[in-house]
Design a protein around this ligand. Structure first.
Ligand code: HEC
Ligand code: HEC
Length: 242
């Protein structure tokens, strides 16, 4: 208990310093999205890194050269254990980059990259990530198991997953989007929150999974990975995915 309190106190300090980053991320959010929406930036290839965001976003290029190898060119990762970033929120992304940089969240590949990032980089990459349009998950090769899906749905209801992550699981602000995420990554994240391997930025997830059996976490990951938001359901339009 004592140790937990001390840890919380440490995080409160981290929270305060990230709050500054987040405030700035919020301020840059609109222009970044507007820029992305205003059309293609064909001059990207020749542009030198500029300090003013007048030309193409330098973080788009840095993402392509540094991050895309693992997270995919459009943020839709095909790599096991590597999260989809497309559609993720800037506020959430910046807190996670911060946790990696500070060594609180640990993954050899990701931590190595995060250690090289400045505060401006955390902001720049997070803002860029938010401009990557979310994509529906690839069509499943086999139809979802109805029993597993309904058990997952019941668990999600019981444990208020949709209450925080939204009825469409799209998240918002500091709460991550779950819709469209990879199953293996969801599974590892949930098990990580449960075992304490993955510390949250807040206690929200540690508490949310504390009463859930590990086997049920896998059912939740299965359900979430196949979740299709009621309104956005592209009814029966299964395309050739991989
Ligand atoms: C060597 C592969 C690799 C590279 C390169 C890499 N990442 Fe990651 N990244 C990962 C893995 C793996 C995870 C998940 C780690 C875990 O499960 O704890 C991750 C997690 C993340 C997360 C947290 C996502 C979430 O949903 O919680 C963000 C944000 C992120 N990376 C952004 C970036 C950015 C920005 C870059 C480029 C500057 C980058 N990554 C480069 C492998 C990589
Ligand atoms: C009280 C609000 C709350 C509840 C309830 C909640 N979550 Fe979360 N969830 C969060 C927040 C906030 C985060 C960001 C984690 C952090 O603090 O770093 C998160 C993170 C996650 C992640 C990691 C996503 C990523 O990209 O790495 C997964 C997976 C997840 N939640 C699934 C669930 C599931 C499944 C449930 C239901 C059992 C649930 N959550 C219930 C607030 C909540």
């Amino acid at each position: 208990m004592q140790r937990r309190l001390r840890r919380l106190a440490g995080w409160a300090a981290a929270l305060a310093s990230t709050a500054l980053l987040i405030g700035a991320a919020g301020a840059q959010q609109k222009p970044a999205a507007a820029r992305a929406a205003s059309g293609p930036a064909p001059r990207a290839a020749a542009a030198a890194p500029a300090s003013k965001p007048a030309g193409p976003n330098p973080y788009a290029q840095r993402f392509a050269s540094v991050c895309a190898a693992c997270h995919g060119a459009n943020g839709r990762s095909d790599m096991p254990g590597t999260p989809v970033l497309a559609g993720q929120h800037a506020f959430y992304a910046i807190t996670q980059l911060f946790l990696f940089r500070e060594g609180r969240r640990d993954n050899p590949g990701m931590t190595a990259v995060a250690k090289t990032l400045t505060d401006d980089d955390l902001r720049g990459f997070s803002d860029f990530i938010e401009t990557l349009p979310s994509v529906p998950p690839p069509a499943p090769t086999t139809p979802p198991d109805p029993a597993r899906m309904s058990k997952g749905q019941a668990l999600a209801q019981q444990h208020k997953c949709l209450f925080c992550h939204g009825t469409d699981l799209a998240g918002g602000q500091q709460v991550p989007r779950l819709a469209g995420q990879r199953e293996d990554y969801l599974q590892a994240s949930l098990q990580g929150f449960k075992s304490g391997k993955r510390p949250g930025y807040t206690q929200a997830m540690t508490e949310a999974v504390s009463q859930i059996a590990p086997a049920d976490l896998d059912v939740l990951a299965y359900y979430v990975a196949r979740f299709v938001a009621p309104a956005a359901a592209p009814a029966g339009k299964a395309s050739a995915g991989k």
